[in-house]
Write a protein that binds this ligand. Structure first.
Ligand SMILES: Nc1ncnc2c1ncn2[C@@H]1O[C@H](COP(=O)(O)OP(=O)(O)OP(=O)(O)O)[C@@H](O)[C@H]1O
Ligand SMILES: [Mg+2]
Length: 348
C-alpha cells in the first residue's frame, strides 16, 4: 500500500528563554493509506509536537512532511486551509464549543468552509448517526458524558470528509469502559470510511486494541517501529519492553519470578512469547512428553490485538542441564520467542 503520510528527516526545535528544545529529532515515517498507526511514548517524548506537524499547526525546523501529496510544512494561507480539510483531529479534552449544541458543534467546520446551512445540518445529522448520538442533537456539551463529548469531537473532525484522523490522547481522559467504546468507534469508522488514523498515546492497551502498526518515541526520536504483533513478541529497545510489560506483566509477576530465581537454583525460569496460531498449541504437553523435564507454570496470559492473539507464559523448567537446554531449543523452533529470566531481565 502506498504511504498517505511521509515524514522525511523531520526535526522540530522550539527556541525558549532557556535555550533550544528539540521536541522531534530526525524522524522519518511512512504511514499507509487505510491503516491505524499508533505512536507511543512517555510524557515529553514529542508525540504532540509530531502530530501537530502533520496538520501544519507546527512547521518543521527541517525535513519534509507530506500528507496526501501536499507538502504541509511548506504551504500556508488558503492552500494550507484547504489541505487541512483532508485532516481531522480529536483531542484529550475534546475542545468543544460550550455555547453550542451537539449539532451546531458538528456543523461548525462546515460553517467555516462556507457550506450552506441546510446542507450542513443534513451532514451533521448523518454524522450524529455515524457516531451514535441520536437523541442528543440539541444537548450542550456540559450535558454530555466524556464518551459522548468525544463522539461529538469525532463527528466534528469527520465533517469535511477527511482522509486522515489524528488523535492526540483521545481516550486518556476516559474510564476504561468508555475508552473501549471510543476505540471501537474508531475501528468502525476506519473500516467503513477507509479512513487513515494516526493516534498517539502512552497506554499500550490502546495500541493493542486497535493499531496495525506502532512507532515508539523517546526523546524526540522514533526508536522502534513495526507491526503490532511483531513488536509485542520481539520488543528490541528497553523502553518498548517496558510498554509491552504494561500488558503482560503485573508487578506481582516480577516479584514472583525474583523469588523463584532465588528459590530454584536448578533449572530455568523462562518466558515464552507467542503470537498468532502458536497460542493455540499444547506446547507444554509436548515438552513434558518429549523431554525429561518437570514444568511448573507460574503465570500465563493471552491478549487479543487488532491483528490476532499474543500470549506470554512464564514457566519453571527443571531437569538435567542438557534436557532443559533441549526443551528450550525445541520451543525456540516453534516460532516462540524464549527469554531465560535472570534478575537483570526483570526491568522495573
Ligand atoms: N510550544 C513549545 N515551546 C517550547 N517547548 C515545547 C513546546 N511544545 C512542546 N515543547 C517541549 O517539547 C518536548 C516535547 O513535548 P510534546 O508536548 O510534544 O510531548 P508529548 O510526548 O506530547 O508529551 P505528553 O505525553 O506530556 O503530552 C517537551 O520537552 C516540551 O516541554
Ligand atoms: Mg502530548
Amino acid at each position: 500500500m502506498k504511504p498517505l503520510i511521509t515524514l522525511e528527516h523531520v526535526t522540530k526545535v522550539y527556541p525558549t528563554g532557556r535555550g533550544n528544545v528539540t521536541a522531534v529529532n530526525d524522524v522519518s515515517l511512512h504511514i499507509r493509506e487505510g491503516e491505524i498507526f499508533g505512536i507511543i511514548g512517555y510524557s515529553g517524548a514529542g508525540k504532540s509536537s509530531l502530530i501537530r506537524l502533520l496538520n501544519g499547526l507546527e512547521k518543521p525546523t527541517s525535513g519534509q512532511v507530506l500528507v496526501a501529496g501536499k507538502d504541509i510544512g511548506k504551504i500556508s494561507g488558503k492552500e494550507l486551509r484547504q489541505a487541512r480539510q483532508e485532516i481531522g483531529m480529536i483531542f484529550q479534552h475534546f475542545n468543544l464549543l460550550w455555547s453550542r449544541t451537539v449539532r451546531e458543534n458538528i456543523a461548525f467546520p462546515l460553517e467555516i468552509a462556507g457550506v450552506p446551512k441546510k446542507e450542513r445540518l443534513k451532514r451533521a445529522d448523518e454524522l450524529i448517526q455515524l457516531v451514535g448520538l441520536q437523541g442528543r442533537e440539541n444537548a450542550y456539551p456540559s450535558q454530555l458524558s466524556g464518551g459522548q463529548k468525544q463522539r461529538v469531537g469525532i463527528a466534528r473532525a469527520l465533517a469535511n470528509n477527511p482522509k486522515v484522523l489524528l488523535c492526540d490522547e483521545a481516550t486518556s481522559a476516559l474510564d476504561p469502559q468508555t475508552t473501549d467504546s471510543i476505540l471501537e468507534l474508531l475501528v468502525d469508522i476506519n473500516k467503513r470510511l477507509g479512513l487513515t488514523i494516526v493516534l498517539i498515546t502512552h497506554e499500550m492497551h490502546v495500541i493493542r486494541k486497535i493499531c496495525d502498526r506502532v512507532a515508539v518515541m523517546e526523546n524526540g526520536k522514533v526508536v522502534e517501529e513495526g507491526e503490532v504483533l511483531h513488536v509485542f513478541q520481539r520488543p528490541q529497545q528497553m523502553i518498548t519492553k517496558r510498554f509491552v510489560q504494561q500488558i503482560t506483566e503485573p508487578e506481582e509477576t516480577k516479584e514472583t519470578i525474583a523469588h523463584l530465581l532465588d528459590q530454584y537454583p536448578t533449572g530455568k525460569v523462562v518466558q515464552f512469547a507467542f503470537a498468532g496460531s502458536v497460542t493455540e498449541r499444547p506446547l507444554i504437553a509436548e515438552l513434558i512428553r518429549n523431554f525429561d523435564v518437570k514444568i511448573n507454570i507460574l503465570q500465563g496470559k493471552i491478549s487479543q490485538t487488532h491483528q490476532g492473539s499474543y500470549g506470554v507464559l512464564f514457566v519453571h523448567i527443571d531437569g538435567s542441564h542438557e534436557e532443559v537446554a533441549k526443551a528450550i531449543d525445541y520451543v525456540r523452533q516453534q516460532q516462540v520467542v524464549v527469554e531465560v529470566m535472570t534478575h537483570e531481565s526483570l526491568i522495573s
